[in-house]
Design a protein around this ligand. Sequence first.
Ligand code: SF4
Ligand code: SF4
Length: 382
Amino acid sequence: MANAYRIAPDMNFIKEIGKLGGQDLKKCFQCATCSVVCPISTDNKPFPRKEMIAASWGLKDKLVSDLDIWLCHNCGDCSTLCPRGAKPGDVLSAIRSCAIGEYATPKALARAVRDPKMLPILFAVPAVIFLAVGLVLKLFGIHWLNFGPEGDFVWQAQYINNYLVDIIMLPTAAFAVGVFALGLKRFLTDIHQSAVAEGKTDKTKIDPIGFIKALAIVIPTILKHEKFNECTENRERSTSHMMVLFGFIGLFIVTNCFFIAEWIFHIEGPYSQINPVKWLGNAGGVALVIGSLFLIKNRLSKKDQVSGYWDWYLVSLVLILGLTGLLTQMSRLGGLAGLSVFLYIIHLMCVWCLFAYTPFSKLAHIVYRTVAMAYNEYSGRK
Ligand code: SF4
Ligand code: SF4
């Protein structure tokens, strides 16, 4: 006889899913069309039908540790073909955002990042930090801006262009890495226990070498967006998504190159426009702007799919990041020093928000989905 399973519905979880875009959840009548049409659903325990019923019962613990919610990339095929308009793709997206909040610490920050009313406060935080650190450094004789002999603005300002990036951004990035590390440890343990309990794998424990090999297999799949390209409804979103991903990768490389140039080889910026690293930076910025604009266009045109604050927060942040980065450079080259500094500070505030809030925001999917896909590969599931 099968083991008895006591159902303990979490009504707040059902309400939370509704608020995050899964408001049509209760329309589901379990026809299983969604699991049949999903281009990437698994043969062993297919999704998303089973997630729909678990969500309507409020089974939060079961769902936040469900590997399958991360295999879905919200292509929308199931939502378009669902005969009841229950939007299973959006329900899975809402469950993922609950899972991100569940694995991130501190929880209060996770709730704040999901709450539009908290947005002004979240964006004020970097401004306060920049100001406070700048005032302290001023006491030690470090100027906010540098001026040349003619009184003209010199870009290699001590605080704004130099210490601000290193003193503030590095600890912020370290904070994000720490939050992810703690969350991933619990996440991996939970998805493994859940997969074993549900018979998705016969592996009894996670072998680190085997898991790293699985990771090496799935990373090219992710970079090439192979799963994304299997969908029908939203295939064009794959290109824009890829532009944003590669934009970030390019800018990550550029940041590291210039960090090494400055702190190891003591080569101060701004760097020449014919420097290939600079080309990569400009290409990354353009990719962010164009990719995010296409993502916005796609979301606005898909009336049958839900786009909530969770989605708009991320795509808007990416757009503002790209625009302020490019406009800072253009205004500097155009001799508009004041405007350039203003735009650069806005840009740095966005970068800080990106670093600090990533483990709590939709962007965390890049980490959780990668780990989940690697686990799925490792588990040997078909
Ligand atoms: S979500 Fe729609 S397609 Fe899926 S089982 Fe429910 S009613 Fe059927
Ligand atoms: S949104 Fe796409 S990937 Fe996700 S469950 Fe539906 S069909 Fe599958």
